[in-house]
Write a protein that binds this ligand. Structure first.
Ligand code: 13P
Ligand code: SF4
Length: 305
C-alpha cells in the first residue's frame, strides 16, 4: 500500500470504529496528516479527554497515553507503539519522591507531565513546558521541589524568582545533549536566523536563545514572526513540520542529534494496524492509582487552564 492509500484507509477506519487519533508534534508528518489533533503534551491531554470518540489512539509516548486515560477513564486509550516510552518519565520512582518529601517537609512537589502515572500519585501538581511558569506562579506554596527535569526546573526558577525551588537531577537525553558549541556553530552557519529552543535544553543553550517555549510555542512563534529564518532547538521533526507549513521561510536544525528515537517508533503502517485493532497497547491502570494521579493533573488544569 502507498502512503496515500494507508492514510485513506485510516481515515475510513476512524469513522467506522469511532476513533480519535492524537499525534504529538514530534511524530512523522504522514501521521500528523491523519490525526484529529496535533500539538504539545498539554493540548493533547485536554483534547483527548474532551473528544467525543470512545476510542483514542495516542501517537506519542506512554506518559501521554496514560494522561488521557486518567482524564477519561471510560475511553479506550491505545498507545500506538507499546515500546514508545519517554526515558525522562522513568528516571524517578515513587520511593525516591516519598523520601524527598520526608526530607523536605512543607515543600510542594511539582511534576513535569513527562512522568509515569505512578509517580504522579505522590506529586502535588503537574506542569507542561507551555504551562509551567503560569502554574508555578499561581501556586500558593512558596517552597517547591521540581521533578524530574533539572533544565526545565532551572528555567522556571529563573522566571519565578519569588519561589524557592529545589531541583532534582533528571532530564531529557535528547535535549540535554545539545551544547553551547552547537549554538555557536548554528549561529555562524545561519547568522540572520532566530534561535528558538525548548526549555528541556541546558541553561547555556536557553540563555543564548531568542525564544524559549514548548513545541507548540516554538511553532506558533515561527509562524507569526516576521523573520524569515529560524534555527530550531527541539526535536528535528518540528523543523520539518514548520518547513511544510511555512514554505516562504527557512528552518534549520540546531543539531542533527536532536532526534527522540521513542517518538520515531510509531510508523504509519502501525497506526493503520492500531485502527484495525491489530497493534498498539491498550492502557490499563488500576482505578485507585488513576484517582490519585488525577488530583495532580486536575490541579494542572485548575492553575493552568
Ligand atoms: P511539549 O510539552 O512541548 O509537547 O514537550 C513534550 C516533550 O516530550 C518534549 O521533549
Ligand atoms: Fe521524552 Fe525527551 Fe523524547 Fe520528549 S524528546 S519524549 S522528553 S525523551
Amino acid at each position: 500500500m502507498t502512503v496515500y492509500e494507508m492514510q485513506r484507509e485510516i481515515m475510513r477506519l476512524k469513522k467506522e470504529n469511532d476513533i480519535c487519533i492524537l499525534a504529538h508534534s514530534y511524530v512523522a508528518r504522514e501521521i500528523s496528516e491523519i490525526a484529529d489533533f496535533t500539538g504539545d503534551s498539554y493540548a493533547l491531554s485536554v483534547k483527548g479527554a474532551g473528544a467525543e470518540n470512545q476510542n483514542i489512539i495516542m501517537c506519542g509516548v506512554r506518559f501521554m497515553a496514560e494522561t488521557v486515560k486518567i482524564l477519561a477513564p471510560q475511553k479506550k486509550v491505545v498507545l500506538s507503539n507499546p515500546a514508545a516510552g519517554c526515558p525522562m518519565a522513568e528516571q524517578m520512582d515513587r520511593e525516591l519522591i516519598t523520601r524527598l518529601k520526608e526530607m523536605n517537609p512543607g515543600r510542594a512537589v511539582v511534576a513535569y507531565i513527562n512522568t509515569t502515572a505512578e509517580l504522579k500519585t505522590v506529586c502535588d501538581v503537574c506542569v507542561t513546558s507551555s504551562s509551567a511558569e503560569k502554574i508555578v506562579k499561581a501556586m500558593p506554596e512558596k517552597e517547591l521541589i521540581f521533578i524530574p527535569d533539572i533544565n526545565l526546573g532551572s528555567y522556571i526558577a529563573k522566571k519565578c524568582p519569588e519561589k524557592d525551588i529545589k531541583l532534582v537531577s533528571g532530564g531529557c537525553p535528547t535535549h540535554a545533549r545539545i551544547s553551547k558549541r552547537d549554538v555557536d556553530s548554528a549561529r555562524s552557519a545561519h547568522p540572520g536566523a532566530l534561535l528558538l529552543v525548548h526549555p528541556e535544553c541546558v541553561p547555556e543553550v536557553t540563555a543564548a536563545a531568542d525564544y524559549v517555549g514548548s513545541t507548540s510555542g516554538i511553532m506558533n512563534f515561527a509562524k507569526s514572526s516576521n523573520a524569515k529564518e529560524f534555527i530550531i532547538g527541539t526535536e528535528n521533526s518540528i523543523a520539518e513540520h514548520l518547513q511544510y507549513d511555512c514554505p516562504g521561510k527557512r528552518f534549520y536544525e540546531l543539531s542533527k542529534d536532536l532526534v527522540c528515537h521513542n517518538m520515531k517508533l510509531t510508523t504509519l503502517p502501525q497506526v493503520l494496524q492500531c485502527c484495525r485493532g491489530e497493534f498498539g497497547e491498550e492502557i490499563v491502570l488500576e482505578t485507585g492509582l488513576m484517582q490519585k494521579a488525577k488530583k495532580c493533573i486536575d490541579k494542572m488544569i485548575e492553575y493552568g487552564g
